[in-house]
Design a binder for this molecule. Structure first.
Ligand SMILES: CCCCCCCCCCCCCCCCCCCCCCCCCCCCCC(=O)SCCNC(=O)CCNC(=O)[C@H](O)C(C)(C)COP(=O)(O)OP(=O)(O)OC[C@H]1O[C@@H](n2cnc3c(N)ncnc32)[C@H](O)[C@@H]1OP(=O)(O)O
Ligand SMILES: NC(=O)C1=CN([C@@H]2O[C@H](COP(=O)(O)OP(=O)(O)OC[C@H]3O[C@@H](n4cnc5c(N)ncnc54)[C@H](OP(=O)(O)O)[C@@H]3O)[C@@H](O)[C@H]2O)C=CC1
Length: 515
């Protein structure tokens, strides 16, 4: 019997960010392994015209929850969706709901965050810092609370190259930042933002670092742990391989590459691609929840959930495997044939952006205009290149994260728990994982049918022929222009033509002699 699964039985668990990528997988695993848990409270806001209840209904009826519904048929009764908006005071939770949460919660998993790199500082501070502080305040009023697990990111200190499982202080106290957000206007915030984030690449990593400081400062009477995952990717094994539901991290780039929009990137091929499957993060999170509650470590432990030091894979290997999978299972209606050029040089990268990305988009828009349609490709390409430029920081560096606490925890687990809550990334076969990831992107993000693969292959063949035809025409035009303008080019041309003529005459003569 799994001790971790048994621990969660009968428990009341509060999850923030349950409608997000990681939150859904966390809920799924909890219900699947501990169907006897008492209740999962989730803080949900209405979104995109859906009420909180409709959002929960949609999640429970998704493919991700198919197994859960077999194991735990009354799963609907065990989810309590609480209307909440983490941007508002007291999260806009009703008095009754708040009372229930405070008196019943045993474990808190805080996953909610804004993960956008370009969010406004005020909003990112509100969600990643102030909301964390408020949730900790709530937690301190929960008499039955056994553990509070905060999800941060391995990149909260990405300005360092070696990162230990400790909290590194930011130059300005989070409390001062929170206070200043209340009275500074947007223009001043915009002005001071670059100074505050310093040598971090974006507001996201900075506010996540502030969030960790808040956790440390408010942790006195609480039993807290922090998990720091690196780049979270599709599921490795559970509930099935390749599940993914948003464009963050590599997923969006895999689509862009598979559809032939993105054909080159400024990236360091040998840099470590520190991807970590979402189910691995969730298994570690649940194991940490159990360990923190049962063993009550004296200080706040930080757990790195990374792959680089235990089972490294670099971007080149990853890129090759992604491309190899496109050969087997191409995406439908590609714009161009998928290709991968990576360069570490900014000028070369700009050249490829012009030749491989912008020029085809302009030509295609010209074709759309000619055929009476609205041009759109240049706009799509500009947005894609903006996204890529924001992700480039992470594919041009390698980090070293120490994983003592994570390895310690692994050794504390029973063999059964090591199996059921496996977070040993050494067992991961990257080639297999990447193949399943690309397949998952095709099935669950693009919603493409496998039956369409032969047609997609045909389409790629047509694109290859167009590509050859286009390049040959371009070469001929360039050569024709050159010999029209340059004596030297004409001389070379006459030399080649007369050489070919002589060679053919010689060949014909020698074959006539043999006869
Ligand atoms: C050696 C290199 C190997 C590769 C081979 C090189 C060859 C290159 C070509 C071939 C590639 C082949 C293989 C590719 C292999 C994988 C390469 C993977 C690179 C992975 C890099 C990952 C780096 C992640 C770093 C994470 C660090 C921190 C981790 C975390 O803690 S949190 C999670 C990370 N957060 C995010 O990822 C959020 C990022 N997104 C944003 O901040 C915003 O979306 C935005 C980028 C600022 C854009 O904002 P906008 O306001 O403009 O609009 P919106 O958000 O509405 O989106 C606009 C349109 O863009 C689409 N989109 C969004 N995100 C992505 C994305 N990640 N990739 C692609 N497209 C994206 C979105 O759908 C919109 O589209 P539209 O609706 O059509 O307009
Ligand atoms: N994905 C990754 O690569 C990595 C993620 N992380 C961390 O993991 C955690 C989960 O990330 P992930 O699941 O990928 O992120 P998602 O963007 O998929 O999910 C974010 C969650 O936060 C919720 N949320 C955001 N704003 C509010 C709000 N105002 N009120 C209530 N809920 C809100 C979202 O709700 P809604 O659905 O309503 O928008 C959603 O449920 C985050 O803390 C992130 O920093 C760490 C490393 C890497």
């Amino acid at each position: 019997m799994s001790m971790i699964a048994a621990f969660y039985s009968g428990k009341s668990i509060l999850i923030t960010g349950a409608t997000g990528f990681m939150g859904k997988v966390l809920m799924e695993k909890l219900f699947r392994t501990s169907p006897d848990l008492k209740v999962i409270y989730i803080l949900v806001r209405p979104k995109a015209g859906q009420t909180t209840q409709q959002r929960v209904f949609q999640i429970l009826n998704s493919k991700l929850f198919e197994k859960v519904k077999e194991i735990c048929p009354n799963v609907h009764e065990k989810i309590r969706a609480i209307y909440a908006d983490l941007n508002q005071n007291d999260f806009a939770i009703s008095k009754e709901d708040m009372q229930e949460l405070l008196s019943c919660t045993n474990i808190v998993f805080h996953c909610a965050a804004t993960v956008r790199f370009d969010d406004h500082l005020r909003h990112a501070v509100q969600l990643n810092v102030t909301a964390t502080q408020q949730l900790l305040l709530m937690a301190s009023q929960m008499p039955k609370l056994e553990a509070f697990i905060h999800i941060s990111t391995a990149f909260s200190n990405c300005n360092l190259t070696h990162i230990d499982e400790v909290i590194y202080p930011c130059s300005v106290e989070p409390k001062k930042i929170i206070d200043s957000m209340e009275w500074l206007d947007d223009a001043i915030i915009d002005e001071i933002t670059p100074k505050l984030i310093g040598d971090r690449p974006n507001i996201y990593t900075y506010t996540k670092a502030l969030g960790e400081m808040v956790v440390q400062q408010e942790s006195e009477n609480l039993n807290i742990a922090i998990i720091r995952p690196s780049i979270v990717g599709a599921t490795w094994q559970e509930p099935f391989p390749g599940w993914v539901d948003n464009l963050n991290g590599p997923s969006g780039l895999i689509i862009a590459a598979g559809k032939g929009f993105l054909r080159s990137i400024r990236a360091t091929p040998m840099a470590v691609a520190d991807l970590i499957p979402v189910d691995t993060v969730v298994n570690l999170t649940l194991a940490v929840g159990w360990y923190t509650a049962v063993h009550r470590p004296k200080s706040t432990l930080i757990y790195h959930c990374t792959s680089g030091n235990l089972n490294p894979c670099n971007w080149r290997e990853m890129g090759f495997q992604v491309l190899a999978t496109f050969e087997k299972v191409p995406f439908e209606r590609a714009f161009r044939r998928p290709n991968a050029d990576f360069t570490t040089n900014t000028i070369t990268s700009q050249y490829w952006n012009a030749v491989s990305h912008r020029a085809p988009a302009i030509i295609y828009d010209f074709y759309l205009r000619l055929t009476g349609r609205k041009p759109r490709m240049t706009k799509v390409m500009n947005r894609l290149l903006k996204t890529v430029s924001m992700l480039e920081y992470f594919v041009n560096r390698s980090w070293e994260w120490s994983t003592y606490n994570t390895e310690m925890l692994m050794s504390e687990l029973s063999p059964e728990d090591q199996r059921v809550f496996n977070f040993d990334v050494r067992q991961l076969n990257w080639l297999e994982y990447i193949e399943n990831y690309v397949l998952g992107v095709k099935k669950y993000l693009l919603k493409e049918d496998m039956a369409g693969i032969p047609e997609a292959k045909q389409h790629l063949k047509r694109l290859r022929n167009i590509h050859y035809l286009f390049n040959t025409a371009l070469l001929l035009i360039a050569w024709r222009l050159l010999i029209a303008r340059s004596q030297m080019a004409r001389n070379v041309w006459f030399f080649i033509v007369s050489f070919c003529y002589k060679f053919l005459s010689y060949f014909r003569a020698s074959s006539t002699l043999k006869v």
